[in-house]
Design a binder for this molecule. Structure first.
Ligand SMILES: [Zn+2]
Ligand SMILES: [Zn+2]
Length: 281
């Protein structure tokens, strides 16, 4: 399993690559637009080519793009829904242009109903039919904050069945804990993986978002913490990574960013966690 961080592209896409190299990452996640604005920055062809070349030279892979925050693929507001669908297709096309491997998105915010899941599925299907993989679109589990859909694996499985196009899964550990899966104990890990097996399917898990949590179990709140300094704790991650059913391509950390020492510490911790994983026998 390859390890990396979500890194900033402030200024230029190349900034994330050089940061990843400094940290010794194998995998990388980025936003490809300002995550808190609808405004679109046209990326010049030379910057795209430089990104692709630098990424190859750095041996970085997989590269995942996280959809920006404003699109809501479940929105009941027709105008916002349409805008969100267009934005998804636009970011997916750019991610393809940048030769990214995955595009990760959350299901969206809406009242819990079949119609809400159908809206998400229609939006995803339209985008994937227009821009087929790669990049593969990954749906991410959420903590279920407010009206956020997707805190249960069965939500994600339902969206995938309704969409009927190739989709993968991104499993966020802090979101799963917030949603009520007690990863501190082998039983909680087993319950989560069993529900994924019954819903979307274990083979769909491509990326783990490896985050500890600052929120209590089942609080339905989304608060990330440094590995081993949150409510999940290192024992929990050990249970998760020692489970034979979990074989993601990469683990990406979205831990708080205050100083670079934090990144080094998280990376060392993550390495020690997965060093026992995937040993033969
Ligand atoms: Zn996410
Ligand atoms: Zn989160």
């Amino acid at each position: 399993m390859r390890l990396g961080f979500h890194l900033s592209i402030a200024g230029s896409l190349l900034r994330a690559i050089s940061q990843a190299q400094v940290l010794g990452c194998q995998a990388l996640q980025i936003f490809i637009q300002n995550p808190r604005a609808w405004k679109w920055r046209e990326i010049p062809r030379p910057e795209k080519d430089a990104f692709i070349a630098a990424r190859k030279l750095a041996g970085l892979g997989p590269v995942a793009v996280h959809l920006t925050y404003l699109p809501n693929l479940a929105s009941v507001d027709a105008a916002l829904y349409q805008k969100s669908r267009e934005r998804l297709a636009q970011e997916l096309a750019l991610a393809r242009d940048l030769e990214a491997d995955y595009l990760i998105c959350h299901p969206g915010h809406a009242p819990l109903s079949l119609e809400s899941f159908q809206r998400v599925a229609r939006g995803l299907a339209a985008a994937v039919e227009q821009i087929p993989p790669p990049p593969l679109v990954l749906l991410e589990n959420t903590a279920g904050q407010g009206q956020e859909l997707g805190w249960l694996p069965e939500h994600l499985g339902l969206i995938m069945r309704l969409a009927g196009v190739p989709l993968g899964l991104c499993l966020d550990t802090s979101h799963a804990f917030g949603a009520g899966y007690d990863l501190r104990h082998p039983g909680g890990v087993a319950r989560l993986l069993l529900e994924i097996a019954r819903g979307p399917g274990l083979e769909r898990i491509k990326i783990i978002h490896l985050n500890d949590s600052r929120a209590p179990l089942g609080s339905r709140r989304d608060r990330h913490a440094h590995l081993g300094q949150g409510t999940i704790g290192l024992e929990g991650f050990r249970h998760l990574f020692s489970h034979p059913w979990l074989r993601p391509v990469a683990a990406i950390m979205e831990t708080p960013k205050r100083q670079q020492a934090d990144e080094w510490r998280n990376l060392l911790t993550a390495r020690s966690l997965i060093s026992t994983q995937m040993l033969p026998g």
